[in-house]
Design a protein around this ligand. Structure first.
Ligand code: MG
Ligand code: MG
Length: 247
């Protein structure tokens, strides 16, 4: 689906709210903070900006952000019982709706001082996101994104998660087509100006396998290895990729 200039303007606004949630949540992440407290900070930004949450109530999800520490890949539920500790890494995924249009983005950050391996994992995962974003140019094929992401992650000795993928985004958070973070075997649809995607590599230090915990949401690495997640919402334009989820 291609969005017109008016729609893109709304998505740009939604993206800025998401970027502001990132900024505000990052500022409170430190040892001793609960993931529920981080969710409250995100709720304040959404309220202040007159936005609504696309996470809250999504298939019954109870919060406005997902908080996924260490070996948790995605979809962690904020809790008063999850207290961040020095050396943890934490992935924050969130979104916002403005005038019916969605933004969606995620980042992973260290809590205090983290290991060299954790730092490298976060750097590689973010680099893989930007390698994917670079592919979002008119005339290119969508699934070159996954090929580029996978190349960066695997060159570092890491693996990309298969079960959870990026997606088109607009008047719904998750629209078709999906955007895998790996080469799916064929190049997918041609990219045109006005298309908007959420690109979101999830990269594991160990194998790509995943397990969903008993809460029905939290997804962890099968082998217990660390996992990182970075995401932006990006439009394809004649001038190249435009990232909406930045300040
Ligand atoms: Mg997301
Ligand atoms: Mg997403």
């Amino acid at each position: 689906m291609r969005r017109n200039a008016g729609e893109l303007a709304k998505m740009r606004k939604a993206g800025r709210v998401v970027a502001e949630i990132h900024e505000a949540t990052r500022a409170v992440i430190r040892p001793g903070v609960t993931t529920a407290a981080i969710d409250r900070v995100a709720r304040q930004v959404i309220e202040r900006r007159g936005a609504t949450s696309n996470f809250l109530g999504y298939h019954g999800f109870p919060a406005v952000i997902c908080t996924s520490p260490n070996s948790m890949i995605v979809h962690g539920i904020p809790s008063e019982h999850v207290v961040l500790a020095e050396g943890d890494i934490i992935s924050i995924d969130c979104g916002a709706i403005i005038e019916g249009y969605h933004g969606d983005a995620a980042y992973t950050v260290g809590v205090g001082q983290v290991s060299a391996e954790a730092t490298r994992l976060m750097e590689v995962t973010e680099a893989s996101l930007y390698a994917g974003i670079d592919q979002l140019v008119p005339g290119n094929r969508l699934h070159e994104v996954g090929r580029a992401v996978q190349k960066v992650a695997e060159a570092a000795g890491y693996s990309v998660v298969r079960e959870y993928v990026g997606h088109a985004i607009g008047t719904a958070m998750h629209e078709e087509p999906q955007v895998p973070n790996y080469w799916p075997g064929s190049p997918g649809p041609a990219l045109r100006p006005g298309m908007v995607f959420a690109i979101e590599p999830m990269v594991n230090v160990g194998g790509p396998g995943t397990v969903t915990l008993e809460d029905g949401w939290s997804v962890v690495t099968e082998d217990g290895s660390l996992s990182a997640h970075f995401e932006h919402t990006i439009a394809v334009t004649d001038d190249g990729p435009e990232i909406f989820t930045v300040p």
